[in-house]
Write a protein that binds this ligand. Sequence first.
Ligand code: IMP
Ligand code: MG
Length: 179
Amino acid sequence: MNEAIERVLFTEEQIKARVKELGEVITREYEGMPLTVLGVLRGGAIFCADLIREIKLPLTLSFIEASSYKDSTTPQGEVKISISRGFSAKGRHILIAEDIIDTGHTLKAVKERLLADGALSVKTCCILNKPSRRQAEIDADYVGFDIPDEFVVGYGLDYANMYRNLPYIGMLSRSVYEK
Ligand code: IMP
Ligand code: MG
């Protein structure tokens, strides 16, 4: 195990099993609907790649970049959103794939932007949820795991853009960010 990780919360196997279940639910709910999955860069990219392969429906894939964290463990104000060139939300049923819903500001901003751009529907799917930290009025429609208020990394989640490639999700040792 990586020495910066204090404790593993979800193993690679647990994540895989849960993503499969999420894919099954989404497959049932979007049956017969044209679906666009929108991954949120960068943290949501890994989850998104796994999730779409568990959705057994025709779908299109795009990415959006959203950032509010600046190499820190607390949110820093407004959310910056940039959408891939050539993508239009207009007339689409969109499922956002994101790593975590924490305060909720990111997902709320992304969802509002897509609806303002003319999306027919926007739902959200996050591998992690920190319910105790919510500030914005939004909940994810599909959640992998609820977690307590701890800073976690791995499976796309980062600290200072590191640890995204860990195949498991773990609690970062305080010694890493209290240095
Ligand atoms: P929100 O806008 O507060 O909901 O924050 C969502 C974003 O914050 C996510 O996309 C993550 O990039 C980041 N984030 C929140 N909690 C964590 C964490 O525990 N580890 C790593 N990134 C996190
Ligand atoms: Mg993120």
